[in-house]
Design a protein around this ligand. Sequence first.
Ligand SMILES: NC(=O)C1=CN([C@@H]2O[C@H](COP(=O)(O)OP(=O)(O)OC[C@H]3O[C@@H](n4cnc5c(N)ncnc54)[C@H](OP(=O)(O)O)[C@@H]3O)[C@@H](O)[C@H]2O)C=CC1
Ligand SMILES: CC(C)(CO)C(=O)C(=O)O
Length: 316
Amino acid sequence: MNILIIGSGSVGIGLGTSLLSQNANVSFLASEKTAEAMRKNGVERTGLFKHYSFKPEDFTVYDSYTQIKENSFDFVLVSSKTTANDDISRKLDENRHILKDNFTILICQNGFGNDEPFLRFFKTSEVYCARIITGFTRPKRNVSEVTVYTEPILLGTLQNEDINHLQPIADMITASGINCELTQDLDKYLWAKMLYNCTLNPLGAILDVTYGKLTENEYSKALMDSIIEEIFSVIEASPYTTLWDSADDYKKVFYSKLVPDTYNHYSSTHQDIKRKIRTEIDTLNGKVIDLAEKYDVDVETNRIIYKLIKAIESEF
Ligand SMILES: NC(=O)C1=CN([C@@H]2O[C@H](COP(=O)(O)OP(=O)(O)OC[C@H]3O[C@@H](n4cnc5c(N)ncnc54)[C@H](OP(=O)(O)O)[C@@H]3O)[C@@H](O)[C@H]2O)C=CC1
Ligand SMILES: CC(C)(CO)C(=O)C(=O)O
């Protein structure tokens, strides 16, 4: 099985090394600087679970589509930030000769509806998504460190397609030490992740605090309650569902378990702003706003939070 990883960052190198550990034929499409580091020093997975290290001759790195031969890949894993999806989906379409017949694109990102840019060019039976709550960081350009594990990585479809052909990918990731399963209910799990990320990520970035700190005063708590309630109204108005029946049920788990478990964590949105790069707000609260418009739901707090992040980004 030939696998191409597009987006060779924390998640991309983390998944790529996991698949390499099971003797999969893995290639990375990386920016010039990252490709250079990988060609020189190989790739590594460190942190929780088993550590793996691969020499440059164990995998292939491309820094341009022009270097890739025709008919090369069965699977493409997209693990860039969602801000690159417009670019990646367009380039993959322009270079579709690198894909074999019956190829599969698997999008490994936060947010909801990340398959949509790809569905402009590819069929619903060709595009799948993952829900990842394993934490990965990239201490060096060629190294992924597994920092947090709570639940298995989940693979599935948002388009009601058959998912059985994803099983070999899930099995290899599991065999590498990070549990990975298929689910028929991916939308439920992605909305659960959306609830968590949309509530904590932008607010933590705006106020420059950890997840836990946000629960320590009544003002940020009131904002988070409102974000959660609005997202539940959107889910209820849409065809989607999530793991809890009501905003109140979710809030109980959120304040008693989810936040305490990640109390000292700074959100990826916070980290993006510190790095002065565009955040993934469009596929988080921005997606909530899009759906709210479609289903005529009031999401005023999400709108304000969204505008504040956009205002910060406009300075970059
Ligand atoms: N890290 C984590 O713990 C988790 C992350 N996620 C989600 O996974 C996704 C990836 O996150 P993460 O790995 O942390 O991000 P990183 O910033 O570590 O990696 C992103 C990678 O994408 C590359 N890239 C940037 N632009 C493009 C482009 N146009 N085409 C191809 N590649 C590009 C970057 O290049 P370069 O090498 O030059 O930087 C980098 O290698 C995000 O959606 C994130 O929200 C989900 C759960 C956990
Ligand atoms: C890393 C993780 C999983 C936080 O728990 C996350 O989703 C984020 O920071 O955006």
